[in-house]
Design a protein around this ligand. Structure first.
Ligand SMILES: Cc1ncc(COP(=O)(O)O)c(C=O)c1O
Length: 391
C-alpha cells in the first residue's frame, strides 16, 4: 500500500479509464482535462478556474480549505473504482447491498438501520428536510457545520441556535434549554466543525438520553475516526439501543473519498425509512466500489490518520510558537486565533497560492486550516509569520 498516488499523467490503465470517463462527460473537454492542460475558455470549466482544470488542486496550489484528505483514496479503492467504472453501464444495486451489509456487521445493527447517500451531506439534507416539513424546527449550537440545515432553511425550515461556551465548545445545557415542543431535530457535529473539538462522550450520551424523548437527536460523526477515542466517542450504541438518534458517517474524510460521494446515516428502522424516502440520488458504482474496498483497509486508515496527525501537530506547534491560540482539534483541521483579521490572513495566504478558510460569522479572528499534504502544510507554516502581521 502506498499513500503517494495520482502522479503524472503516464499512459496507465487508470488514466485510460479516466480519459474514457471524461470523454463520456464531454468529448470536447476530455483530452485536455485528462492531460492536465488548461480547459478551453468557452467551457463551464472556466467557472472552476480557481482550482484549475480537472479534479483536485491546480499545480502549485496548497488546498487547505475544505477538510479533504489528500492521502486517499486508498490504492484498493482506486483499483475497485476503476473496475466498477468499466461496469458503469449498470445500476449499482448489488454493491449497495454489499456495503450496507458491511456497515451493519461492523456496527452490529440491522440493514434496515442504514441509509447510504451521495456523501453524508445528502442524507443530512434529507433528514433536515423531512424533520421540518411539518413545521418542526431544528436546534443546533451557534457554531457547527450548518450546510445541510441551511438547505432545509431554504425550503422554509426554522433553525434555532444556542450560544457556545466561552472556549467555543458546544454548550449542551444551553442547547437543551432551547429544545421545546417546536423542536423536531437537534443537530450536533461531534467533533465539531470548525472548532475540531470533541464533546465528552458521557456528557453527550446523558444529554441525548434526556433530549431524545422530545426530539430526534442527530450526531454528525464525520470526523470520528480521527479522534483519539473513536469507539468511545461514537453514539452508535444509542442507535443500537433503539433510541431516537441518528448517527452520520462519511467516506469523505479519513477514507479520502470526498469526490466519490459516499456517506451513510444509521438510525432505528422507522427513522431510517423516513430518511431513505427523502434521499434523491442513486449511488454511483465507482463510489460504492471504492467504499467497499476501503472500509476494512486498516493499514491505509492507520497511515492516513498518522500523516494527518503529524501535519496537525506541525501546524499547531508553528502557530503556538508565534503566540497564536489553537483549539484542541480531534479532526483533520485546526482552528486558530490569528489575532488579526482572518479574512486578511486568508487573502495573504491566497497570494502565496495557499487556500484556507476566511472568518466565520461572529469570529473575525479565527481561521480554519485543513490538514493537506505535509509539503503543503510546510508552505503554510513558512507563510505564517508574514501572514499574521495584519491587524
Ligand atoms: C461535519 C461534516 N459533516 C458532513 C460533511 C459532508 O461530508 P460529505 O457530504 O462529503 O460526506 C462535512 C464536510 O466537510 C463536514 O465537515
Amino acid at each position: 500500500m502506498g499513500l503517494a498516488k495520482q502522479g503524472a499523467a503516464t499512459p496507465t490503465r487508470r488514466n485510460f479509464v479516466r480519459a474514457t470517463a471524461l470523454a463520456a462527460l464531454s468529448p470536447a473537454l476530455a483530452p485536455a482535462m485528462a492531460q492536465g492542460a488548461p480547459a478551453p475558455k468557452s467551457t463551464p470549466a472556466k467557472a472552476a478556474h480557481a482550482l484549475g482544470p480537472g479534479f483536485g488542486p491546480a499545480p502549485g496550489v496548497a488546498l487547505l480549505s475544505r477538510n479533504e484528505n489528500p492521502y486517499g483514496p486508498s490504492e484498493k479503492a482506486i483499483a475497485a473504482g476503476c473496475a466498477a467504472t468499466e461496469q458503469g453501464a449498470y445500476y449499482a444495486d448489488r454493491s449497495l447491498l454489499y456495503l450496507v451489509d458491511m456497515i451493519a456487521e461492523r456496527n452490529r445493527i440491522p440493514r434496515e438501520f442504514i441509509s447510504v447517500s451521495a456523501g453524508s451531506g445528502e442524507g443530512l439534507c434529507a433528514a433536515a428536510q423531512s424533520w421540518t416539513r411539518d413545521g418542526g424546527k431544528i436546534a443546533a449550537p451557534a457554531l457547527f457545520w450548518d450546510t445541510t440545515v441551511r438547505y432545509a432553511e431554504r425550503q422554509g425550515a426554522k433553525i434555532v441556535t444556542a450560544p457556545m461556551k466561552d472556549d467555543l465548545g458546544v454548550d449542551l445545557d444551553a442547547l437543551e434549554s432551547i429544545v421545546d415542543d417546536d423542536i423536531s431535530l437537534v443537530h450536533i457535529t461531534n467533533p465539531n466543525n470548525p472548532t475540531g473539538m470533541l464533546l465528552d462522550p458521557a456528557e453527550l450520551r446523558a444529554f441525548i438520553l434526556r433530549v431524545e424523548k422530545r426530539a430526534t437527536v442527530l450526531v454528525d460523526e464525520a470526523y470520528n475516526e480521527l479522534t483519539d477515542i473513536p469507539e468511545a466517542a461514537s453514539m452508535i450504541n444509542l442507535v443500537r439501543d433503539g433510541k431516537n438518534v441518528i448517527v452520520s458517517r462519511t467516506f469523505s474524510k479519513i477514507y479520502g473519498m470526498a469526490g466519490l460521494r459516499v456517506g451513510y446515516l444509521m438510525a432505528r428502522a422507522d427513522i431510517t425509512a423516513r430518511i431513505r424516502s427523502n434521499i434523491m440520488s442513486w449511488i454511483s458504482g465507482p463510489g460504492l466500489a471504492a467504499a467497499i474496498a476501503s472500509y476494512d483497509d486498516d493499514e491505509f486508515l492507520a497511515e492516513s490518520r498518522a500523516r494527518i496527525i503529524e501535519g496537525r501537530d506541525m501546524v499547531v506547534v508553528a502557530a503556538q510558537s508565534h503566540g497564536l491560540d489553537c483549539l484542541p482539534s480531534q479532526t483533520n483541521f485546526a482552528f486558530i486565533n490569528v489575532k488579526g483579521d482572518a479574512d486578511v490572513f486568508r487573502d495573504r495566504m491566497a497570494r502565496e497560492r495557499i487556500f484556507i478558510r476566511g472568518a466565520y460569522q461572529g469570529l473575525p479572528n479565527w481561521s480554519r486550516v485543513s490538514m493537506g499534504r505535509i509539503e503543503d502544510l510546510s508552505r503554510y507554516v513558512s507563510a505564517l509569520p508574514k501572514a499574521i502581521a495584519v491587524k
